[in-house]
Design a protein around this ligand. Structure first.
Ligand SMILES: Nc1ncnc2c1ncn2[C@@H]1O[C@H](COP(=O)(O)OP(=O)(O)OP(=O)(O)O)[C@@H](O)[C@H]1O
Length: 253
């Protein structure tokens, strides 16, 4: 059974800077001369670190559709990336059971040296699909992306729009059990979005568990049964959409 268990997750990033002392000075100037505090700290290697997530815990089971809401810098993208296995916890644990699908970053998991067709086949092998299933995915993506002979050229020769069409087609061709997506993935020119919307809806409805980061109340109302409202890397409120959304909108107004 698909499932997501996040317990006491904390993630921080070291800030690499040419001169760590001048960075500390700048930050402490911004803090009015106070010592580094709040989201900034110093690690045991004397680097300044920024805390993106602090002590996050929640569990999801089939049927759960979780929306992550909060202002810029709240930690939504970092949490999605931790769920996708891109970021390692500094403390705590992230456990995802089931096939994960990510609509996060279009270049994620793509090899620029390989052709579109090779990238598709590689992804199919990675997911353990049969030869027949891989061929079906290949045909589906080829039709959707409409790249013509570019399908057999290396990705590095693609324009950015072509790259988006291929990676979007591929990311939406294999049905995941746990779908992790960033709302910006739904941004694009209108004609692309008309064709893309149907594929996304199919994926969102077919996935057992959804986690989506969004700023749009209409997306939340349409798709999410539960909301995690985050601020400064912490959970402010966690509950059903009809309770959390009004509280969030009121705090924002
Ligand atoms: N690679 C990184 N290096 C340093 N700091 C980072 C890194 N990634 C994120 N952060 C910091 O972590 C915090 C959370 O960022 P995150 O991108 O997760 O927020 P968000 O809620 O997705 O914001 P937005 O709505 O603007 O996309 C921010 O303070 C950000 O500056």
């Amino acid at each position: 059974m698909a499932g997501v268990d996040v317990s006491n997750l904390t993630i921080s990033f070291p800030l690499y800077h040419g001169d760590a002392r001048s960075l500390k000075k700048t930050l402490s100037g911004a803090l009015g001369g106070r010592r580094l505090s709040g989201r900034f700290a110093q690690d045991n290697r004397n680097r300044v670190t920024v805390r993106a997530l602090t002590d996050i815990s929640f569990s999801l089971r089939p049927g759960d559709r979780l929306g992550l809401i909060g202002r810029n810098g709240a930690g939504k993208t970092t949490l999605l990336r931790a769920l996708a296995g891109i970021y390692e916890p500094v403390e705590g644990r992230v456990l995802v059971r089931g096939r994960i699908g990510t609509l996060l970053d279009t270049s994620l998991g793509m090899n620029p040296e390989l052709s579109g067709r090779e990238n598709i086949r590689l992804r199919g092998l990675f997911f353990g699909l049969s030869d027949k299933a891989i061929t079906e995915v290949e045909q589906d993506v080829e039709t959707f992306a409409g790249l013509g002979s570019f399908m057999d050229l290396p990705l590095k020769t693609y324009s950015s729009g072509m790259g988006v069409r291929l990676s979007f087609g591929l990311a939406t061709a294999i049905m995941p059990q746990v779908l992790i997506m960033d709302e910006w993935f739904m941004a694009g020119d209108e004609s692309f979005m008309r064709r893309a919307a149907q594929r996304i809806s199919g994926l969102v409805e077919g996935a057992e568990i959804l986690v989506i980061s969004t700023h749009m109340p209409e997306i939340v109302e349409k798709w999410c049964t539960r909301l995690l409202w985050m601020e400064q890397g912490r959970v402010v409120m966690d509950g059903p959409t009809d309770q959390v959304l009004p509280a969030y909108l009121e705090a924002e107004s």
